[in-house]
Structures are given as C-alpha cells and as structure tokens.
Design a protein around this ligand. Structure first.
Ligand code: FAD
Length: 416
C-alpha cells in the first residue's frame, strides 16, 4: 500500500474549492431549483428535457423562463461561472476542477432544471473573455450576471466542418464593420440577446481570414430565422440572418483575424466538457439501471440475477470508468498546457479530441445498454433512457464530428 499518492492521483483529485463549489451546488439544487421545478411541473409547458414547443417549434416560453431564472439565481449564488478567469469575475477553475463540478451537476441534475445553473453555450465562455475593454461592461458583465444570454454562430447551411469555407462576410465601413450572411444550426438562436458571430474579414488568408464579432439581436438587419428541429426536440436550434448589420470596432473579439483561433477555443471548450457531462450522466444511468435490475423480475427472480443483464451493467460500468478516468488525466494535461491559450499549444488538439471521442463513443454505448436493461420502459418517449440515447447520438456530431476528432488525433501522432 502506498502512503503518498502518485503525482497523477494528486493531479486529478478535486481541489478544496471544487468540493466547496459542489457542496454549495447541492444546497442550491434543493433550495432554489427544486421549487422552480415543482412550479414548472404544474404549468403544463412540459419539462426542461421534454419541453412543449410553441407554434414556431421553439422551446415553450415558460420552460425557457424557468431556465433563465435558474441562471440568474445561480449567478447570484456565485455558481454560474467557475470556469471563467477570476480577474474577469469568474471562479478561475482549471479543467480538472471543472470536470469534477460538471460531473456533479450532470449526475445530480439528471435531465432537470439544475443543468441550466452552469453557463453552457448560452453563457460566458472562454472565447468571449477576449472582449475589448470598451465592450466588456455591455456584454461580458451582464452575461456573467445571468442577465442576458448569448449564442455562438459559426456553422452555415452549406458549411459545417469546413469552417474556413464559410460565406458570412464582414467589410469595413469607416471604423465600423458591416456583416452579411446566414448562420444555421445555432443553439439558442431563438432567445440569445447577442451573438458571437464568426465571419470572413480577409478572404484567402487561411486561419487568419476570420474574425469574431459581438452582434446585438436587436440590431437593424439582424433576424432570427426558422427553428431547425432535431432529434433533441428542445426547440433551441435555429437560423440567424445578418443583412447589412452594422457593428462597431469595439465589438470585435480579440484582434481582427483571430476568429478562427477564437472559434476553436469555443469549440475545444465544448469538447473538453464532454468529460464531466458523460461521467455525470453515465453514473446516473448506471444507478438507474442497477436499481431496475434489482427490482424488475422475470421468472420470479430479479433480472439482476441473470448473467446477461449483469454483463450489460458491467459493460456500462467499464465504459463510464474508462471515459471518466482518462478524461481526468486529459484535463490535467490540458491544465498543464494552458487549455485556452491563443495560440494553442501544439499538443493540445490531440488531447482535446481524445477526450471528445472517448466520451462520445463510450456514452453512446452506455445509453444503448441502459435502454436495453429497461426493456420496453427504456423506449418510452421522454423517459430518461430514451432521451439520453437521443442526446448521446447527437453528441457525436456537434462541436466537431468524431471523424474530425480522429483527424486531429492522427495529425498529432504523425507530426514530425
Ligand atoms: C443540435 C446541434 C447544435 C448545434 N449547435 C451549434 C452552435 O451553437 N453553433 C454552431 O456554430 N454550430 C452548431 N452546430 C453545428 C455543428 O457544429 C455541425 O453540425 C458539425 O460541426 C458538423 O457539420 P455538418 O453538420 O455541416 O456536417 P458535414 O461537415 O457536412 O459532415 C458530414 C459528414 O462528413 C464528414 N466529414 C466532413 N469533412 C470531413 C473531413 N475533412 N474529414 C473526415 N470526415 C469529414 C463528417 O465527419 C460527417 O460524418 C450544431 C449542430 C447540432 C446538430
């Protein structure tokens, strides 16, 4: 037996402040989120995971408002922004700390309102931390306070993976910029108060051809487009149209030409977050499957007595264990490299892609087995197993498909 933990064990353990965050989050779920969930339950608007949609296919306004209220309360309780640097008003947590926090939030919230209490794609993110001093008070500070939400608009109808081929253009007009184009598949397109738009500013300049702009949703020429209904059924994904939208120079994030790096910073952040998300949801599904195996009977005995079912449980456990552990090691390596440095460390893309692919693929198998153990009940529309199976299938595409992750891993391996 070892008296002293190995360096690796110390590196991936939760810090005291991460444990404190999680403890406060537990109280927050019980005292602030549970009453809102109970209210929503009686409102007839559906649930956070299975919201009713309005006549345009968008998330029911009551469900959206309940999520927003959770975000405002979370910000007030100091729980909303642990991932943002402390000097900007966040918690300054590293990636290992964040995986522990995210794992807890997903495991304990399941598919409930508590998921909204951490700033995900509609909240503050590592790309917007590069906002100009002039624009900080107008955009970043209200975002951190949960007063407004944002969206990240990179993808277009004709261009997903091949980011540098995008059609949205920004041209100078005096010191302002004029933006034209259409963005598609944008999460929170229907509700965002402002949008982080990536557009071409220097055609043909490769990875320096793009810039990121903060665009107000009430700006002249900015229009919300149709909902894009996906298998998630959440009424959150849609199109955005920019028709000669004027944006002041101070709304450029970082420097002109930084757009590709900033977009990758945002996308890499979502990839890293798969570690905590899949560990948390995976543990939740495993708990539910184990309970089902103990209580559901076949032939007068619990199905958990059957080796066929035991092996399904064991395989779920193995996938959750492997993905969780390897992701924590990956997050520790990212913390050492600087997870959001611009320019990114040359070893970073491979590790980020390893975290995404390991989790996307393991979690898909976990949800598949969870459905199987629940039998017909696992196929019930809107049940946690059925919904998470759909989410797991989805995860293999956004924030870069699993094929693109393989490309990045191989590039890292083959680099001279
Ligand atoms: C629910 C949801 C939410 C989303 N939210 C956002 C958002 O908030 N903001 C945003 O900007 N985008 C968002 N997206 C878009 C998402 O990032 C893209 O769908 C994703 O990057 C894939 O692009 P694509 O759909 O155009 O697929 P394509 O690029 O058309 O890819 C099709 C297939 O070809 C493969 N392929 C393409 N190029 C290569 C290559 N070079 N090497 C190997 N294989 C390749 C892909 O792996 C895939 O299997 C969202 C998408 C979904 C489904």
């Amino acid at each position: 037996m070892r008296d002293v933990p190995t360096t690796a064990t110390r590196d991936i353990a939760p810090s005291d402040r991460a444990l404190d965050h999680v403890a406060r989050f537990r109280t927050f779920l019980d005292t602030e989120v549970a009453p809102l969930e109970a209210e929503l339950h009686t409102a007839g608007a559906g649930t956070p995971a299975n919201p009713k949609l309005d006549d345009r296919g968008r998330m029911h306004p009551l469900v959206w408002e309940a999520r927003r209220e959770v975000q405002r309360r979370s910000a007030k309780a100091g729980l909303y922004n642990p991932h943002i640097p402390a000097e900007l008003g966040g918690g300054g947590f590293g990636r290992v700390e964040m995986q522990h926090v995210e794992e807890f939030v997903y495991r304990e919230s399941g598919l409930g309102l508590g998921l909204a209490a951490l700033a995900w794609t509609e909240g503050a993110n590592p790309a917007i931390t590069h906002v100009s001093d002039a624009a900080r008070g107008r955009y970043l500070d209200p975002l951190l306070a949960g007063e407004v939400t944002t969206a990240f608009a990179n993808t277009e109808r004709e261009v997903g993976t091949d980011v540098l081929a995008m059609g949205t253009r920004a041209r100078r007009d005096g010191s302002d910029w004029i933006l034209d184009g259409t963005k598609a598949w944008i999460t929170n397109a229907h509700f965002a108060d402002f949008v982080q738009v990536v557009a071409v500013t220097d055609p043909g300049a490769g990875t320096r051809s793009l810039s990121m702009f903060l665009v107000d949703a009430d700006a002249e020429g900015f229009h919300r487009g149709r909902d894009i209904p996906t298998m998630l059924g959440d009424g959150l994904t849609g199109e955005l149209h920019l028709d000669g939208v004027r944006v002041p120079a101070e709304n450029v994030v970082g420097e002109v030409g930084d757009g590709f790096s900033l977009a990758m910073t945002w996308i890499n952040w979502r990839r890293m977050c798969r570690g905590g998300m899949c560990a948390g949801w995976g543990q939740w599904l495993l708990q539910r499957a184990t309970e089902r195996a103990r209580t559901r009977e076949s032939g007068g005995r619990p199905i958990g007595d059957l080796q066929a079912v035991q092996h399904l449980l064991a395989d779920m456990d193995a996938d959750v264990f492997a993905a969780r552990s390897s992701s924590l090691v990956g997050q520790a390596e990212l913390d050492a490299l600087g997870p959001f440095d611009i320019p990114a460390h040359r070893d970073l893309p491979r590790i980020v892609s390893l975290i995404k692919i390991v989790n996307d693929e393991a979690f898909f198998r976990v949800t598949d087995r969870a459905v199987q153990i629940h039998g017909g009940t696992g196929l019930l529309l809107g049940s946690p197993e059925e919904k998470l199976f759909r989410i797991a299938r989805n995860l293999r595409i956004p924030a870069g498909t699993v094929e693109i992750q393989r490309n990045a891993i191989a590039r890292g391996l083959l680099r001279p």
